[in-house]
Design a protein around this ligand. Structure first.
Ligand SMILES: C[S@@+](CC[C@H](N)C(=O)[O-])C[C@H]1O[C@@H](n2cnc3c(N)ncnc32)[C@H](O)[C@@H]1O
Length: 314
């Protein structure tokens, strides 16, 4: 260590000194509670694994422990919206800003669930396969980029495109969004790839020329298998009278809390959006910033981004 480095404290040290009195260590919070792990089996959260997320249990813990009473809640790096929806359940008015369209779409799909006609959804789900089997002409919706090319078996991609053509005919916008979301949520399962850190790992059965040790991702689901499983999971979570369902946890008070506190989502960069907000507009902030650009989320979520792009330009 040079003499100057012992004399001049680092920016990190200066920041720590400034914030030290405001920090506390909560040793009772396990790794499971602070990471996405705890969301894995929760209704709704389990539909799409946004691994960068933290758990709703953690957000609720913070709000319960440090938030005096429900007010206005902000997450400037909202991801898939864990903060916003956990806050909403507890009566907070939540605003989130998210740069990546993937996270923003997950949040839109969740918002679409509020007030969705579940009987109608079930009826549409039931007729999906008959409708798809009658589609002969369809547009190729998935516009691949280099890192996603050949990610799906040909038949799977055909079925995916037909399903999207069917979705376009659904008039109820909320149902259309949730149906599209179901397809979006199975992209990894039906592909030759698996998310591995910030990259996609390719299975040996793909058409790609691969180097290194062959990777076998195990069973690759057909589109029909994967979508049926996902839609079933969604319906089980949404419809009353099932063994694991959202409404067992959501009593009627909680429902009206959700309806009274819609979540607001701004799609964009918080660097640009935050200065536009009034100062002192929020009572509480719960956030998890993007690790100083250590991860390139656009690579991890390349399949979902290609898919999302189709949604945007439909
Ligand atoms: C660690 S994740 C947050 C996950 C979130 N806590 C959740 O539970 O889903 C960080 C998020 O910040 C987003 N992000 C990165 N830069 C951003 C920016 N300038 N403005 C808004 N969001 C940004 C990333 O896309 C990513 O979703």
């Amino acid at each position: 260590m040079t003499q100057s480095s012992t004399l001049i404290p680092s920016a990190r040290q200066l920041l720590y000194d400034r914030m030290a009195s405001k920090m506390e260590t909560a040793n009772h919070l396990s790794r499971k509670v602070v990471s996405f792990q705890a969301n894995k089996d929760e209704p709704i959260y389990r539909w799409f694994k946004y691994k960068e997320g933290f758990s709703s249990a953690l957000v609720k813990y913070f709000l319960g422990e440090y938030g005096n009473k429900p007010g206005r809640l902000l997450d400037p790096f909202a991801g898939a919206g864990t903060t916003l929806f956990a806050g909403q359940e507890l009566g907070w008015q939540s605003l989130g800003i998210e740069l990546l369209p993937v996270g923003a779409f997950v949040m839109q799909a969740r918002e679409a669930l509020n007030g969705i006609d579940t009987d109608k959804l079930r009826r549409i789900v039931k007729k999906t396969w008959t409708e798809i089997s009658q589609i002969e002409h369809y547009v190729n919706h998935i516009k691949h980029i280099t890192i996603t090319k050949d990610a799906f078996p040909d038949e799977t991609e055909r079925q995916l495109n037909k399903f999207l053509a069917f979705c376009a005919t659904i008039e109820d916008e909320k149902i259309q969004t949730v149906m599209r979301f179901a397809a979006f949520a199975v992209l990894e399962d039906i592909s030759y790839t698996r998310k591995d850190g910030q990259y996609l790992r390719w299975d040996y059965r793909s058409n790609r020329e691969l180097s290194g040790k062959p990777f076998d991702k195990g069973k690759i689901l057909t589109f029909e298998e994967a979508l049926k499983h996902k839609l079933n999971q969604i319906l089980v979570d949404l419809l009353p009278g099932q063994s694991i369902n959202l409404f067992e946890q959501l009593d009627s008070n909680r429902h009206s809390t959700i309806e009274q506190n819609p979540v607001s989502i701004i799609e964009g960069s918080c660097l640009e959006e935050l200065p536009k907000l009034e100062s002192d507009a929020f009572d509480f902030i719960v956030t998890s910033p993007p690790y100083c650009n250590r991860y390139d989320y656009t690579r991890t979520y390349a399949l979902e981004l290609v898919f999302w792009d189709k949604i945007a330009i439909r």
